[in-house]
Structure formats: structure tokens, C-alpha cells
Design a protein around this ligand. Sequence first.
Ligand SMILES: C[S@@+](CC[C@H](N)C(=O)[O-])C[C@H]1O[C@@H](n2cnc3c(N)ncnc32)[C@H](O)[C@@H]1O
Length: 438
Amino acid sequence: MKEFYKKIKHPDESKHSKALQILKYIGQDGSEKDINFELFAAQNFNINSSFNKLFSFLSLQNKPVKIIEIGTFKGGLTVILDTFAKAHNLDYSLCTYDITDKLISKDVKEIFEELKVELTIKDVFSDDGKEIIDLISNPDYITVLFCDGGKKAEEISKFSKSLKTGDVILGHDYGFDAQEFQKKEWNAYELSFSQVASAYNSSNLRFLFKDLMEDSVWFCARKTNPVGKTLQILTVCNEPYVDIMMNLIVSLETYHPEVPVKMLSLNLSDESKKRFRYHSNISFIDDTYSDFKNFEEERAYCESCRTWNTKNILSETCSDVFYIDGDVYLEDNVYDLLQFFEYTDFCARIKIDNPLRFNAGMIYVKNTPDNFKIIEEWERETRKHGWVWLSAQNELGNVLERHKEKVVVKTFPKKFDGIDTNPETVLVHMKGPQKKKR
Ligand SMILES: C[S@@+](CC[C@H](N)C(=O)[O-])C[C@H]1O[C@@H](n2cnc3c(N)ncnc32)[C@H](O)[C@@H]1O
């Protein structure tokens, strides 16, 4: 999108020393059009990367998008947002609010009209925010709310309450704290994390594309639900599994980039890790154990190590853990599953009820003291076998059979059961030696 706007130096260096001049936009007919008058946006050039990432993510969500901007100012960012939406083929509509239109020229209003951008001149707080709240709450689309008005922290605090699960909220002139902000190419520091921390927690927000967004001085978070708020995904990979694992990593980045992924990396090369960094929220737990007699032992170790790595996350964080095998992938978001997990201690695909037998390819564990003890027992029993294929899966059955009266153990609902022949499931466990996507 470089050629659509350029970086300019403001004559008053102390104010908007780095801002953008908009040169082109994409018309309703899809053609590029020149802007032959001066139109500026008070934005850092790094939005080129961060908004590309955001809009490409939005375009993959199988749902229309409503873009709302608070703070039209001269209309520069509005035109940029519309151009990003068109460049990414979004099914969207865009509306923008400002308390005054004194800086919005006739030329800009004509572009808005052509682009069907809805401009509303009002104080967004005037009706206790009802107009914006009604727009946000509409279930027919994903809302993306850009808070760039006069009181960014208040805008985020007030309007985040009405977001739907999966919606996105942003706030401009942001630095996580003063120290972080100093590193950015920007002067106006109007928003810090501490100002929105309470809204972040109470509205179940989670950072989205955190580093990229912060480089463009935007706060950006996605609304999730109580389980989604602290969940961590765990997976395990060794070198022969890298290509298969890429399906999981790409699909997690497509549908849940806000959920951190921890990958147990068994002797993975730097090259492979680089490929997995496609995910914006991945970290590695390096494991260099290599005392294997043969490939079968290494494979069995990879199967067993989910037990102690789940335990470690439970003990080191407040997060619940969702372990997912590398040959699973997502075809859509799994927010309804996270909702289902809320009143569940353990979830795994039950193959036999009595005695309990599971497929251990996907295991959810809620972080409670009792569940932690059960996971410790699972690890202990698994280790007794040494590196034997399916010892973790069998011991999951044995251990939960002993504790099933004390904890809530559930199987996956049909929409998420992983079975590749079930057309309803959006979590797919690839089967067979080919491990192909369906
Ligand atoms: C920093 S500027 C927006 C910059 C613009 N988004 C851009 O990137 O070029 C803030 C704008 O918010 C508007 N504003 C301030 N308080 C507002 C309110 N309560 N409701 C609506 N707009 C407001 C101001 O009039 C001003 O135009």
C-alpha cells in the first residue's frame, strides 16, 4: 500500500513530525484514483505493516465487517481504512464520527459519498454512547472499532463493554508505557496500557498483533470469552513433523492469533522455528533430549511429553491449557468450544465410556489445584512406561477413570470432535499416513 500514501515531515517538528499524505484511494469501481488536493492523516507509516496484517486477518473470517472510526479529523485515516478494506476484498461497511466537520473539506466529503462512507457529526458520548453501542452490538458482522477521538482511554473503556466475541478494538497514540512509547516514531502519547487495563480484563480482551500494532502506535485487542482470556495452546513438534504442523500453525494464526501458542520444540532447527514464527503469538519450549534408540522412541517421547509440559504451564501461569496434536487444524474460529470449556475440568475425545478411554490428540485442562494434581499423576504414570507409544493416551484414561467422580470430564461436542469424516467439525484431526488436509 506504499504508493497510496507517503510520509511527510510536518513543518512543526515538535507536533506531528511524522504523518501521512494520502495520494490515492480505490474507487467504488475498484480503480485507483488520484487525490489532487492535500489530504493528511495523523498516522505513523508503520500502519502499512500493521493494518495489512489486520485487514488480511479480517478478510479470512468468513463474516462481513463493520469498521467504525471515532475521530474523523480531516478524513485521511478514513480514506486509508477504506482503501485497506478494498485492497483486501473485505465484505464491509465503514462509518466515521467526529464532533465537528470544520476540518473535513468538500473534496473529502465527495470521496466519502462515492465510497459510501457514513459520516456522522456528533459527540460519540452525547447519547451515553447509544448510537455506537447499537452499531457494535449488531450480530450480523464483526465490529472493528478505531478509537481516535478526544478521549481514547474513555472510548475504549466505554465501548469495549459492548463488543461481541471476536470483535476488535483499537486505540491510537498508544504506548504500552512511557518507556516503550519513547522507542516509537511518534510524539503524541495519549494512551497507555494502564489506562485501559481494567477494561482489558473485565471485557475479556486479548492483544492482537501486539508488536506490529505497537510499532504503529495503536493498541489493538480482540474480545474473547472467560476461557479464551487466559487460555494457552500447547503443541509438540520434532523435525519430521514440521510440514504437517504448519497446517495447525497457519490455521491458528488465521482464526485465533490472539491465543498464545507454546510449542515444545524437540531439537528443531532454527529454520523450522523461523517457519513457525508465521504465527504472531508463538513461543518455543526448547527440549534437547536426544538419547533415543530409534525413531519409534523419539515419536513416543513426543507423545509422552505433553504430560509434563501441560503440568509446567499450569504451574507457571494462571492459564488453562488446550493441548493440540500437530496433525490437527482449524477451519473456523472455536469460540463456542471455549465457551463449552467454561464449566469443564477436562475435555478430550472419549472413545469408550467405561472404563474411560480417550483419543489424546486434543486435551483441555482447566487450571485448578485439583486438576494440577491429576496432571501430576498423569505425568508420573506415563513416565513409568518410558518412551512407549500411546502411554500418555492410555494413562489419561486410567487417571481420569480414577478421578471421574471428583472432576467434570467431557468429550468434544460434535462441532469440534476432530473426526475428519464429520463435515460439521471445524477442528479436523488429519488421519492416515498421508496426513492430508481434507
Ligand atoms: C486525533 S484526531 C483524529 C485523527 C484521524 N483519525 C487521523 O488519523 O487523521 C481526533 C479527532 O477526534 C474528534 N473528537 C474529539 N472528541 C470527540 C467526541 N467526543 N466525539 C467525536 N469526535 C471527537 C476531534 O474533533 C478530532 O477531529
